[in-house]
Design a protein around this ligand. Structure first.
Ligand SMILES: Nc1nc2c(ncn2[C@@H]2O[C@H](COP(=O)(O)OP(=O)(O)O)[C@@H](O)[C@H]2O)c(=O)[nH]1
Ligand SMILES: [Mg+2]
Length: 207
């Protein structure tokens, strides 16, 4: 028979190990905030990163996702806290943008928009500029961590998308005074329906 107290001691050791592992996991985990207008590729990206099947659900409000880990080509494993896949409609700016980006937890904030709609639809363009202005204001104090990503989607719908994207980002910086946000942004132009573009984006994530 085991001496009295042994099972309790063992249980205690197991508990300490579990709590230690849990604490390390939650300490290392980062927040991933994916924002942007409707149909800009946010859910495609989140499903790809989480390795879950994409369904075009057209999220209206927001949908929570559980914690997950993704692996980069260089072997880094990045732990992401549970979070939300936000719907793209304008009401969500007031409802969610500020509370999402103004936490002190290490994070990446990603803003997706369609280069095709930006070039062809004035009200879409104004909406993108307004949202970026909002983010710059609220997120200014955290920008030194290089944690803002501007993801310009629908590269497949615009010829000469590289130069067009450069013109757009210059215009956003100069004409629309988004210099602080955009000089520090990691900027990517992708087709969000293309797995290898999403893979490249994943490998560029630095959080
Ligand atoms: N061709 C093309 N279609 C895209 C792109 N990004 C999104 N879409 C389309 O938009 C739909 C909605 O994408 P989704 O990721 O759900 O948009 P969300 O509203 O930002 O979450 C997709 O099923 C695609 O048809 C892109 O880069 N290129
Ligand atoms: Mg969505």
């Amino acid at each position: 028979m085991l001496p009295f107290g042994y099972p309790i001691y063992l249980l205690f050791a197991v508990l300490v190990t579990i709590i230690g592992a849990w604490h390390k996991l939650s300490k290392d985990a980062k927040e991933l905030i994916v924002l942007g207008p409707l149909a800009s590729g946010k859910t495609l990206w989140l499903c790809f990163l989480r390795n879950v099947e994409y369904k075009n659900a057209g999220t209206f409000d927001r949908e929570s996702f559980p914690p997950f880990t993704f692996k980069k080509k260089n072997g880094d494993s990045i732990k992401i806290k549970s979070g939300y896949d936000y719907g793209g409609q304008e009401e969500n700016i007031k409802l969610y943008y500020e509370q999402a980006i103004c936490t002190s937890t290490p994070k990446a904030v990603m803003f997706f928009f369609s280069i095709y709609d930006y070039l062809n639809n004035d009200s879409y363009k104004r909406d993108v500029i307004a949202r970026l202005g909002f983010i710059e204001n609220k997120f200014r104090s955290q920008l030194d961590n290089d944690n803002f990503y501007l993801v310009i989607s629908y590269a497949d719908k615009v010829s000469d998308y590289k130069n067009k994207a450069k013109e757009i980002t210059n215009e956003l910086k100069q004409t629309h005074k988004l210099t602080d946000l955009l000089s520090k942004a990691n900027i990517m132009v992708i087709n969000a329906t293309n797995k290898s573009d999403l893979e490249n984006l994943k490998n560029k994530m630095n959080i």
